[in-house]
Design a binder for this molecule. Structure first.
Ligand code: F6R
Length: 249
């Protein structure tokens, strides 16, 4: 399915989506082994990451020349904290595809100075040559990365205050205790995301149907940060049938 701005593919279920996208990414890597990948955490990409691990184990995906940049990290959290996004990525992807630590770029939630850390990260993305493929999930409120709905959106990597709904959806990383979820995070900005050469957004489940419908058919607005993807020339949206419910023809 496609409309004038975004290419949309709908899969029967999450499993089919993950398998198809993993095969596609493995084929991209076979064609161009040195890729800079922008990565997301959250529930949505977990199956994809595990599929990539399976392909790696079968010798069908080679990550040895890949460089990664994750979108975001909790502020005040060390990478060794089991609740950190870094720990999440180690568990679900990095170990499985045998990415070496020197290939991994991550925002440090325990950096001494947030502004300097954000500037360091933007410079690191630039010196890696920019992001080739940016993988995104979407929050039920339309956030991408931790660019939450607001009157203004930051262009660059920045420190952000998390919405209560976002903290609640991350509680599982902190033993289900929402009070332990940090109130702030560091996140790539909308400009950093939109500078990626290609963007792949995944959404699954009926809780995402409304924001996907707004992303695809609605106006471009800071009230739905994902709507800015309509401005990008190369965006693919991978959905399961539940997330596509609002746009299905
Ligand atoms: C995580 C991130 C977030 C998530 C979004 C969806 O790195 O950038 O924007 O992609 O909150 O989260 P899930 O997949 O848990 O529904």
């Amino acid at each position: 399915m496609s409309d004038s701005y975004l290419t949309i593919t709908v899969f029967r279920d999450e499993r089919e989506l993950a398998k198809s996208l993993a095969d596609r990414l493995a084929a991209d890597l076979a064609r161009q082994p040195r890729q800079v990948l922008g990565l997301a955490t959250g529930r949505t990409p977990v199956r994809l990451y595990h599929e990539l691990g399976t392909l790696r184990a079968k010798g069908r995906a080679d990550f040895s020349h890949v460089v990664t940049f994750n979108l975001d990290e909790f502020w005040g959290v060390s990478p060794r904290d089991p609740g950190s996004y870094r720990a999440f990525m180690d568990e679900h992807l990095f170990r499985r595809v045998e990415i070496r630590p020197e290939q991994i770029n991550f925002l440090r939630g325990d950096a001494p100075d947030a502004d300097q850390e954000c500037a360091r990260y933007d410079a690191a993305i630039a010196s890696a040559g920019g992001i080739d493929i940016q993988l995104l999930g979407i929050g039920t409120n339309g956030h991408i990365g931790f660019n939450e709905p607001a009157r203004e959106l930051a262009a660059r990597t920045h420190r952000v205050r998390l919405k209560e709904s976002t903290r609640r959806s991350n509680a599982a990383l902190f033993d289900g205790d929402v009070s332990r979820v940090p109130a702030e995070a560091l996140s790539m900005g909308m400009g950093s995301i939109l500078r990626a050469r290609h963007i792949v957004l995944i959404a699954t489940g009926k809780s995402k149907a409304r924001c996907v419908q707004q992303l695809v058919n609605g106006p471009i607005t800071t009230k739905l940060p994902a709507s800015f993807l309509q401005l990008h020339a190369s965006v693919e949206i991978f959905l399961d049938t539940a997330a596509a419910a609002g746009i299905a023809s």
